[in-house]
Each structure stands twice: as C-alpha cells, then as structure tokens.
Design a protein around this ligand. Structure first.
Ligand SMILES: [Fe+2]
Length: 678
C-alpha cells in the first residue's frame, strides 16, 4: 500500500527541528500497525518552522487509519518539534482516501495523535486500539500532571499544578518562546525603559495630585489614561465600579445597612427628581459597594513601610440620566465618632476627595487579589489540570478546553514563584502586601461557590442587570450568551442524551477530580458546588460556559483594563501610607500626598500594570480556533456560527462606543484572548 504523508510544522518560534522523525500508522481494521517510516528526504531540510513536507512511503494496508505515532530522535540543539498537523492519504481502488491528524502540540519524544474526529469513550466509531490508547494516555498524563503540594498554597485555595518553575512544566503547557520573549521585554522595560529611572530611588511623596501624570511617559501605549482627566468627577468615580477593572462588587441596596447610619438630610440635595434617601432606596436607585471582607486583613507593616486599608463602604445613587454617583462613604464597618460618614453635601472638597481615595483603595485590594488573581487565575487552573489528568486528547471536551486553558499553568506557576511570595508584586504595590494578600484570598475562598461564575445569575442577584450605563455588563451578557450557545452546539454533537454523559467515564473522572482535588472545601467546610458527577449534557454545558467565559472574557475585562484604572494613581490608589482621617476638616493637600503612593511606588505600579496588560505576539483571540483540533464538519460549522455571532457583538459594541469620552473596549472580541496567560 502506498501512503502519502504530508506534515505541517507549526509557526511558533522554535517549532522546527533537525532531529530525525519517524511515523507509524495504526489502522482500525484488525487493530493493525504499519512499521515505522523514517520521514527524511535526501538533500532537504525537513521540518522547518511553518514548512509543509510531503513523503511517499509503502507499507502494509492497515485499513482506515485512526492513529499515528510520531517519534522524535531528540538529536541536535533544541530538537523539540511543534507540529500543526499530519495528513495521510492512501491509494485505494476507489481513489485516494484522506485522514487528518490535527496536533498543535510538541513532539519531544513519542506522541500518539488521534484522527481529528472527536470521540467519547463509548462511541460506536471507536475501536479497541483507540480505547487502549486513550487509557494509556490518561494514565501517563496523571504521572505528569499532578496536583500541587506546596504548603504555602495548599490551604483554603483551589488545586494547582505541581511544578518547581514554569520551565519544568510539560512542554505543551509552558510559555511559548513568544510569550517568554514578551515577558522578558516587559521585564526589561522597567523603570529605565519607561523613562522612570529618575524616580527609582526616590521614596518621597509627590507634591501635587496632578504630578502622578509624570509616571505615564510617552512610551506607554495609549498615553495618559482618561482617568487622569476625570478622576475628581463624581460621575467618573461612580462609573469605575461599573466599567473600571472591578465590576464584581456593586449591588443594589434594598435597605441602607444598619452599620451605615446615613440620614436623609445628609444627602437630600444630592438626589434628583425630588427623591429622598428612603424613597430612592425603595425605588431601587441606591447601590452599595461594601468591602467588609477586608476587615482584619493584615497590611504591610515594616517599620519603615507601613500601609493601611479600611473595610470601607460606599453608597451610590442612580440619576435620572443613568449616571451612577457616590453620595456617602464610611471608612469602616463600625460607625462611631472616629468613623464619620463622608458626603459631598456636608464635607469640604479635600475631605470628600480623601474619602473617595480610600474607597477606591479598598476596591483595588479586592480587585487585585479576589477578582483578578483568585477568581480568574487560581480558580480556573484546576479545570486545566483536571482536563490533562482525565480526558484523552480525542475527547471533545479536551479539544474544546485546549484553546481556553493554554497558558494558565505557566502564568500561575510564575505567579506562585515570583509574584505572590515575599518581595513580589503585592508586597511592592498593595496595602495588603506582606501576607495579608494571601489571607484575603483564603478568606474569600472559604465561602465562594462555583455558581457565582454564572454571570446571569450573579448580575440578577446583585440587582444590576438593568443598569443602562453598565457597559461591562451589557457586553459581557452578549458574550456569555454567544459562548453558551457555542458550547451547547459542540456538546450536542457528541452527547445525544443523558446516558451518553453518564456513561462517559472520562468526563465523570474529570468532574470528580475537580470536586475532590480542584475545588476542595475550605477549612470551614463550605461545598464549592462543583458536582461530584454529571447527569445531563446541560450540566456540562453550564460548567464549560462558566469556565470558558471566565478564562476569556472575564479575565480580559479585569486584566487588560488595568493600565486605564491604575495608570493614574489617584484614580484607584493601590496603597495608603497613613491611617484614614477620623475627623472632619483635617484633610489638606499635604495630608493626601503623604498618604498616597510615593514616587517609587507609583512608578512601580505603572511598570507592573504595563507588564500585565501586554499581549503576547502569539496570542489567539476569542473565536479564533486556528489550532483547530476538531476534525468534524459539524464542529467547524458551530465555530463559524460562533465567529458570526462575535462579529455581530463587535458591531454592537463599536456602535455603542461611538462618541463616548472613554469607550468601553475591553470586551471587544478582538481584545479578548482565548485563555488566561498573563
Ligand atoms: Fe491576569
């Protein structure tokens, strides 16, 4: 039998190899295998990055080909080979028959690649050879992808990948060379390259609030954020809780909390349409941001570097024109003579500015440690680990999650090594550095449940679904619906009924592993509401929608907006160097300047968020399944419909953004990477 073998080497940096490559074909008929064919052409440099090479070989007829085994001799410098796909064609009496093997993985030594059509373990299209190989693959992967045991992160936090450092991860989940180079450049573009070296060793306060503009130098993309222009404005301030980096806290206030004893007469002149506080609350026009979770969380406490936070609360009012404005702020959970309620009606401009800075500082701590690091990065990692541990690469859910979980183990391993421990980013720029940052995540994890990832449910429960100028919410809901529909279409191709889900031992092992090891109950025993088994396709669709939405859209909204939010320090202070004011009329400019970040700290924060908002050159964005592992026409059609839905969303967002002072662009599909990787 003559076989024509076409091999497409991937386009990633380092994809090509000079090593010797051989291939073996496994057929369905009688589980036969060919002998090993060496893929080598005389006087030809095979397997160069981006090249397609064709080989003609002869061997036994093994029937329809269901698997190929690629072998890399490992010869030469940087011998690892990144392969996009292999096509095998065989001549039959009825013409050529073609079998496609999408791969998009590294061949370090041996790699078995299944034919592209995704298969459930019990599929009638499967065969003994496939069944045996998928078991073997899962068993081997379980030896490589192990749940982490680092004692610093084991308690009251989600499961994670065992790895000493990002370089020791399996090659397929390491940073690509493109990402490493990008991170390296970001590392180099520090104070010096951002033109900030003049403040590197200056631990003095700035002289005026506007001086913080100096930290945004011309080399920073996007220039001065809009916040630098508008941060004092109450309408802008209110919008930060909706369309800033942390849209997860604001909720409708059904009743002003007892520990926030705001009186009508303290805010009556701030409300339009003749409203007073009671009536506005009753009519659903009052909203609350409450940072009670910060109560008792330790802050940086070195003798020469003391920082502070307050478990602040803020009430906001929804004006007739749908603007959200702050009307009262209390810098603590216990009201009293030293914890006054600040309002723009009663207080001086300096007092009111100071109260607002403290409320934003509380929001910053929450955003960085809970919204971004815990809820996106750390909480999504178990899904990636469990997929490699339990699902064979021919499984449709493995294929679906491949694009959306790429990069998360690498960036999180880097985070656990370099950003979270002592001396990391939190220690440098957050009030709660020095250990409080981890304690805050643990505190939140103890009570979090996975249903909080259901966007629709969360927005409904918070009573914010109808807010017209909540652009994050408007865009996120469109994307949520599109992702849900797409996931349902993919799942429906493979699971025809409940029994198909119940009989799928790989998916049952996967969810059980997530329940037992990925999302362990915290030390207070709260069930994370991740099921122990899956009974219906709808449950799987729901879980996958939450994961894919969070890995792509939610992370994009809360990560890539950071330069806009934190680029101008007074818009959202990351740390406070003095305790909060306790009496009215004490605050003046010098008090504020001695409280906010000093020159070094403000520069440090900009370099960090500049790094975190950098997009790798190899990044793929939502809807782009160029590394398409599905060999099924139905799956391709679902992807095409998903892309068309995303195009419609793009048009809607662009139209809405027209004429806006600060367009909300973080959820434009072209700005949403598929996976968390930075
Ligand atoms: Fe991130």
């Amino acid at each position: 039998m003559k076989y024509k073998i076409t091999v497409e080497t991937g386009t990633l940096r380092g994809a090509g190899t000079d090593a010797s490559i051989s291939i073996k074909l496994t057929g369905k008929n009688g589980e036969k295998e060919t002998s090993e064919f060496s893929l080598d052409k005389f006087f030809h440099n095979d397997f160069e990055r981006g090249d397609t090479d064709t080989y003609n070989v002869s061997g036994d007829d093994v029937g329809d080909i269901v698997m190929i085994t690629l072998k890399n001799s490992g010869f030469g410098f940087k011998s690892d080979w990144y392969i996009a796909k292999v096509i095998v064609e065989k001549e039959t009496e009825f013409g050529n028959k073609r079998f496609e093997f999408p791969c998009y993985r590294w061949v370090v030594r041996d790699l078995v690649v299944f034919e592209g059509k995704a298969l459930l373990p019990n599929s009638k299209d499967s065969c003994k050879a496939i069944a045996e190989q998928r078991k073997k693959e899962v068993n081997e992967n379980r030896e490589v992808f192990k749940w982490g045991t680092d004692p610093r992160y084991i308690k009251d936090l989600p499961g994670f990948m065992e790895a000493k450092d990002p370089q020791s991860l399996p090659k397929d989940v390491q940073f690509t060379d493109e990402a490493t180079l990008s991170l390296f450049r970001v590392g180099l573009i520090d104070f010096q390259n951002l033109g900030l070296s003049h403040i590197y060793d200056i631990w003095d306060s700035w002289d005026s609030l506007e001086d913080f503009r100096q930290v945004i130098t011309p080399v920073i993309p996007g220039g001065l954020p809009h916040a630098a222009e508008y941060w004092r404005d109450d309408v802008w301030f209110g919008s930060q809780f909706l369309n800033g980096s942390n849209p997860e806290v604001i909720r409708k206030c059904q009743k002003v909390p007892d520990n926030f004893p705001l009186k009508n007469e303290m805010v009556d002149k701030l409300l339009d349409r003749g409203y007073n506080l009671d009536k506005a609350t009753k009519d659903g026009l009052i909203y609350l941001v409450d940072y009670k979770i910060l109560e008792g969380v330790a802050t940086m406490g070195k003798p020469d570097d003391k920082r502070y936070i307050t478990p602040a609360m803020g009430l906001l009012y929804l004006r007739n024109n749908d603007d959200m404005v702050p009307i009262a702020i209390q810098l603590g959970q216990q009201p009293g003579p030293d914890t006054p309620i600040w309002t723009p009606q009663q207080d001086t401009e300096w007092d009111w500015i100071m109260a607002k800075l403290w409320l934003r500082c509380a929001d910053t701590q929450y955003h960085q440690m809970i919204t971004h690091l815990l809820r996106c990065h750390l909480m999504m990692e178990p899904t990636a680990v469990a997929s490699w541990r339990n699902l064979s690469s021919v499984h449709p859910v493995w294929k679906l999650l491949y694009s959306h979980t790429k990069g998360i183990m690498a960036i999180n391993t880097l985070g656990r090594n370099a950003l979270i421990p002592e001396g990391g980013a939190a220690d440098q720029v957050l009030s709660i550095g020095g250990g409080g940052h981890v304690a805050l995540m643990q505190k939140y994890y103890r009570s979090v449940t996975f249903d909080s990832y259901d966007l629709d449910k969360d927005l409904t429960e918070r009573g914010v679904k109808d807010l017209r100028k909540f652009h994050y919410k408007n865009d996120a809901l469109l994307l949520w619906d599109a992702i849900k529909k797409f996931v349902a279409e993919i799942i429906d191709i493979y699971y025809k009924n409940d029994r198909d889900v119940q009989k799928d031992n790989e998916i049952q092992d996967w969810i059980r592993d997530l329940h037992d090891n990925g999302y362990k109950f915290g030390s207070n025993g709260v069930d994370k509401k991740v099921p122990q088994s899956l009974k219906k396709p709808e449950e799987l669709i729901h879980f996958l929608t939450m994961v894919i939405f969070t890995c792509s859209c939610q992370h994009a909204a809360v990560n890539f907006s950071q330069l806009a939010t934190y680029g101008f320090h007074p818009n959202s202070p990351t740390l406070m160097r003095q305790p909060p004011p306790t009496k009215r009329g004490e605050v003046d400019l010098s008090f504020i300047m001695s409280t906010l970040a000093n020159k070094h700290q403000a520069g440090e924060m900009v370099t960090i968020v500049h790094g975190l908002t950098t997009i790798y050159p190899s990044e793929k964005f939502l809807g782009d399944y160029a590394d398409n592992l599905f060999g099924d026409a139905l799956a391709h059609a679902a992807m095409a419909r998903f892309r068309a839905a995303l195009d419609d969303i793009t048009e809607k967002i662009n139209k809405r953004n027209e004429g806006m002072v600060a367009p909300y662009t973080w959820l434009l599909p072209s700005n949403v990477p598929n996976s968390i990787a930075i």
